[in-house]
Write a protein that binds this ligand. Structure first.
Ligand code: NI
Length: 250
């Protein structure tokens, strides 16, 4: 079995086909705002092998209102909602609302802890602030989605018991630092993800990504760690089940 722990499924025209391609494998779909959070709820109700996380992405915080948190809280106890995400900090394009981003991030961390849910973190050009906030919430179950920072930083997150989501970037020729992270961090701390429809792995780079393509991410991790593909799939599946409390028996 394999589990794509992070993707977005709101833009596909052939969604049935994409999900069918995953067979009995598991998908955790992520919302980013009111509209996509509602779509996550629809998807988990429709497809047995799809679970969801809902939350407000840092790039969407100007489009939210008090109802946005209500949507999250009203659905958080749905057994197929397994976390709050994707949430976090993004200083890449927008730098003038850092404080507001941090407030919304913290509010959602507190919400996750209140309901004992895992958080899925987006961090772009903001890794130090992300770390400093998480350090204050030590009992939070968390995944850094599409981890792309240094090995040193990876060790710091792992000390906080935070898992790292590894996606298609690890297959890219220029991803030297991420390869170093994967080689040196125990498989126990890694999760597989695609971030579909973005970040297609080699050899499909440039095409629309889909959850099934985590097989390429898994193959690359197996190669980098010099272990079997089966070991990568088995271990990361167990990690995902534990991290998101998925009601799945192997
Ligand atoms: Ni994402």
């Amino acid at each position: 079995m394999m589990i794509d722990t992070h993707c977005h499924l709101d833009e596909y025209e052939n969604i049935d086909e994409i999900i069918k391609h995953m067979g009995n494998n598991i998908i955790i779909v992520s919302g980013v705002d009111d509209k996509t959070n509602k779509q996550v709820i629809e998807l988990i109700n429709k497809y047995p092998n799809i679970y969801g996380v809902i939350g407000i992405h840092p790039e969407e915080i100007d489009n939210i209102n008090s109802n946005s948190f209500k949507i999250i809280e009203e659905n958080i106890n749905n057994p197929k909602i397994v976390g709050i995400g994707e949430i976090g900090l993004d200083y890449h394009f927008i730098k003038d609302n850092k404080i507001k981003q941090q407030e919304i991030f913290i509010k959602q961390i507190e919400l996750a802890n209140k309901y004992k849910k895992t958080i899925v973190i987006h961090s772009r050009d903001s890794i130090n602030d992300t770390y400093n906030i998480l350090k204050k919430y030590l009992n939070t179950k968390a995944v850094i989605h599409c981890y792309s920072s240094s090995l040193e930083m990876a060790h710091k997150f792992i000390k906080l018991n935070i898992k790292l989501g590894i996606g298609g970037v690890v297959t890219f020729k220029n991803s030297k630092i991420l390869k170093e992270v994967v080689e040196n961090i125990s498989l126990d701390n890694l999760l597989l993800e695609t971030d579909s429809p973005y970040l297609s792995p080699e050899p499909l780079r440039g095409k629309i990504n889909e959850p099934y393509n985590i097989i390429y991410v898994a193959k690359k991790i197996a190669k980098l760690k010099n272990i079997s593909l089966e070991e990568v799939l088995n271990r990361t599946t167990v990690n995902a089940i534990e991290q998101f409390d998925l009601p799945i028996e192997l």
